[in-house]
Design a protein around this ligand. Structure first.
Ligand SMILES: *Cc1c(COP(=O)(O)O)cnc(C)c1O
Length: 381
């Protein structure tokens, strides 16, 4: 049944990139310039990102995924080593562990934050553990003091999957401005996008030089025609076209986060204090000042089938929801490694029942009101 009201309404997606006209014009200039691959725009974007992260070295790449793989390679993690991550993530976080030949280990999540439970993370550490890959789902960081206390105690490297967390904070400090390796994604749905792309925050220039080698076939150039290849690198460089799109947004990050905070607050106000008890659904943690509100997610009660909820939102209200994500250890590739149902019950439930409501930079308060009314009309039936 189509709601008569929604017949005239435009589709409301869960995410949509916003690129302003000035940026589009700058991309045109790059396309006309004669230099469209990695060049001065990438260098400028890296400098501005480094400035944003308090002066730490930053290098850009063509995805967030490869930044994590490269961080693991720089840390020397490979066959025989274990790395621990969360099952409640995009499969990239654990695929990169397999990519470098190491062994993925999972720990279950906290049902409130939906991030790694640090007690369970610590319990999963073995003598073979070499790295931790914490993920900041929806942009919400972990308890960073405790995370790094654990890493220091067991002498582990940390590759922060901060793909969703550009603009998030821990105790007033920007995520990326402290810690070990910190990886960000600029994929189309992220708060800042370069269409595809990512950056890695590193600890020192030595690591940054190694990152540059892994980024482009392991080569080093010198003089007019000096060239050598001394490590096995890949093809992961960012283009000036992508960097130009990012340069159009980097100075707006704090404004983007503030707008999303306003939208999140409006979501809570519109859902009201009775929503959770009445619907059985769980709202996100009210983590103002920590998260950048990359996603605004509900966890549906188990009595509601997610697919049919998503379909009703689409058919009756023209609202296209997402889900982020499905528990990674239950994918075929991971089942083949011995992971099975019931190992991480909280991540399994959240993976089955989460839905991502509309949340994007150009969204309005009216869009929030429309989304909340639709959710209530479906769940209160
Ligand atoms: C987006 C994302 C990635 C991967 O980023 P790409 O740029 O698409 O490679 C990894 N982890 C998480 C949690 C993400 O949201």
């Amino acid at each position: 049944m189509t709601n008569t009201l929604s017949a005239d309404l435009p589709v409301l997606p869960f995410s949509r990139p916003t690129i302003d006209e000035e940026t589009i014009a700058e991309v045109g200039n790059v396309l006309r310039s004669g230099w469209i691959t990695s060049g001065p725009k990438v260098k400028q974007f890296e400098a501005e990102l480094s400035n944003y992260f308090g002066g730490r070295p930053v290098r850009c790449f063509n995805s967030g995924t490869c930044t994590m793989e490269i961080a693991l390679r720089i840390a020397g993690i490979g066959p025989g080593d274990e790395a621990i991550t969360t099952p409640n993530t995009w499969v990239a976080s654990s695929n990169v562990i397999l990519e470098v030949g190491a062994t993925p280990v999972f720990a279950d999540i906290d049902p409130v934050t939906r991030n790694l439970d640090l007690d369970k993370l610590e319990a999963a550490i073995t003598p073979r553990t070499k790295a931790l890959i914490p993920v900041y789902i929806s942009g919400l960081p972990l308890d960073m003091d405790r995370l790094y206390a654990i890493a220091n105690k067991y002498k582990l490297r940390v590759v922060e999957d901060a793909a969703q967390a550009l603009g998030s904070h821990w105790q007033g400090k920007r995520i990326g401005s402290f810690g070990d390796f910190v990886s960000f994604s600029f994929q189309a749905n992220k708060n800042l996008t370069t269409a595809e792309g990512g950056c890695l925050v590193l600890n020192n220039e030595e690591e940054a030089t190694l990152a540059e080698k892994y980024r482009l076939q392991g080569i080093t150039r010198s003089g007019m025609d000096g060239i050598d290849c001394d490590v096995l690198g890949g093809k992961y460089n960012m283009t000036d076209i992508m960097a130009t799109i990012g340069l159009g947004q980097i100075n707006k990050i704090d404004a983007i986060t503030a707008h999303r905070e306003m939208l999140a607050q409006h979501y809570f106000d519109c859902f009201g204090p009775e929503f959770e008890a009445k619907s059985g659904a769980q709202l996100p943690m009210r983590a103002f000042g920590l998260t950048n509100w990359h996603l605004f997610q509900l966890v549906l009660p188990e009595s509601v089938e997610r697919a049919s909820f998503m379909r009703q939102m689409m058919d009756e209200h023209k609202i296209f929801l997402g889900y982020h994500y499905r528990a990674v250890h239950l994918f075929t590739l991971y089942r083949a490694l011995g992971f099975t149902d019931g190992m991480f019950p909280i991540a399994e439930r959240v993976g089955k029942q989460n839905v991502t409501l509309p949340m994007f930079n150009a969204m309005t308060k009216q869009d929030v009101e429309r989304a909340v009314e639709a959710v209530k009309s479906v769940l209160y039936k």
